[in-house]
Design a protein around this ligand. Structure first.
Ligand code: ZN
Length: 139
């Protein structure tokens, strides 16, 4: 069963925490996971980007991912979202994002930092073969 279908509820505090995280390193792709229940994001898990070219790509630290999944399980959450930033490109999945998408039914959140003072957050649902736009609701 998919964790997310037509929309993801992203409470304002969590949205702010996500934007804060990606804005700490605006020239690098920053990434993390969102745990939650029933299409609602509840917890944010910062994950280190280990990609050798972190300005243009991200690769999540597998140990930190594993730790996050354990913590979600302890909190009775499931993976509802995966976020990362695009320092210099739009808030849309890249060809590589699609090639590496591995979690159908999970929201992919992308923050574009092209306009420094106005980060743009967009959501997409990976349906197993492509990304479709996803509504991010505050509540
Ligand atoms: Zn990307």
């Amino acid at each position: 069963m998919w964790a997310v279908t037509d929309r993801l509820i992203l409470p304002a505090a969590l949205r702010a925490a996500l934007l804060r995280h990606v804005q700490e390193s605006p020239s690098l792709e920053t990434c993390g996971l969102l745990g939650g229940q029933a299409g609602r994001a509840i917890s944010l898990y910062r994950i280190t980007n280990l990609d050798p070219a972190p300005a243009i790509a991200f690769a999540m630290d597998p140990r930190e991912m594993f730790a996050a999944f354990r913590e979600m399980e302890a909190r009775q959450e499931v993976l509802v979202g995966i976020y990362h930033s695009h320092p210099m490109s739009p808030a849309a999945p890249s060809a590589r994002d699609l090639a590496e998408a591995a979690y159908p039914g999970v929201a992919y959140l992308i923050v574009s930092l092209q306009t420094a003072d106005a980060p743009l957050l967009a959501g997409f649902l990976f349906n197993g073969s492509s990304f479709v736009p996803l509504t991010l609701a505050a509540d």
